[in-house]
Design a protein around this ligand. Structure first.
Ligand code: MBD
Ligand code: FE
Length: 280
């Protein structure tokens, strides 16, 4: 309607903001004064330099102010930060790793997805859309040792590009599951291929995208968190070859090492993808 945002931005934004508050506020460590001062000063300097360099006007300054206010009102700070900033934080945080490449978590992870064993399916609706996908893989340490106590958490969008718990009308844990592995580190996960994801067009992030003439797409992707005792948590996403946005992901989160190689099967597709974790 004219006075309200369509559900896409408002609902997913409010849910993502609430989710972040309940999971991650507690993890925010006290940052030393010197560090806060250094980082805040440098970020502000970069803003000042941009204003001088491009002779930013009062109209532009007020447009920015209005937009920043809207980001908060739409609950889109998690979306904005994860799309345009997180990839560099991830790069810095994981550059030492010898095992798997990871990538950004994004705004739609929910801890505690139901356990499905080492060979099972993510929860799905009857007649869930999307090509059925059977994914087999193994979790090992960098020295090749199978990690028999590993967990693989999987979450992804449905065939409409929507995430359960962030879009209305989808069962709570749909397309979200936690998997264990066998003694040899192997697992087999049944799911469906997700659709590409479009940033909500009716919120502040969509407004920026439209105003800048960018596109709003992420390529289709599976999100995972792979953990094992004594090892660094791996947060990654897996992508499908041929997706038109693999080369221009709005969230800059695609890496060549994260591309799957699915093969046609009797029913749908099969794919193999293994994880190698770094010792902590
Ligand atoms: C997503 O699904 C996502 O994975 C990221 C990083 C940002 C927005 C939506
Ligand atoms: Fe996603």
């Amino acid at each position: 309607t004219a006075t309200h945002h369509a559900p896409a931005a408002a609902e997913s934004g409010a849910s993502a903001t609430a989710r972040f508050k309940s999971d991650k506020f507690a993890a925010v460590a006290d940052t030393p004064k010197e560090r806060v001062s250094l980082l805040a000063r440098e970020v502000l300097s970069a803003v000042h330099e941009t204003i001088r360099k491009h002779k930013v006007t009062y109209d532009e300054y007020n447009a920015l102010k209005a937009w920043l206010i809207q980001v908060g009102e739409d609950g889109e700070w998690p979306l904005f930060l994860d799309v345009w900033v997180e990839h560099v934080v991830e790069e810095v945080a994981t550059s030492h790793r010898k095992g798997n490449k990871g990538t950004i978590e994004g705004p739609y992870y929910v801890p505690g997805a139901p356990e499905q064993g080492s060979r099972g399916s993510v929860p799905m609706r009857e007649g869930e859309g999307g090509t059925p996908l059977v994914w087999t893989g193994r979790v090992t340490s960098v020295d090749g040792t199978p990690l028999k106590d590993a967990k693989v958490e999987l979450w992804h969008a449905d065939a409409d590009g929507l995430y359960s718990q962030f879009a209305p009308g989808i069962p709570e844990w749909n397309l979200r599951g936690t998997f264990s592995v066998e003694e040899d580190g192997s697992f087999e996960i049944h799911t469906v291929r997700p659709a590409p994801y479009q940033i909500p067009t009716d919120g502040a992030c969509g407004k920026l995208i439209a105003a800048a003439g960018w596109h709003a797409w992420r390529p289709a992707h599976l999100h995972v968190k792979v953990s094992a005792p004594g090892h660094e948590l791996l947060t990654a996403q897996l992508y499908f070859p041929g997706d038109e946005h693999n080369d221009d992901d709005i969230a800059s989160a695609v890496k060549p090492e994260l591309l799957l190689d699915p093969k046609p099967a009797e029913r749908g597709e099969t794919v193999t993808y293994d994880f190698v974790l770094d010792p902590a």
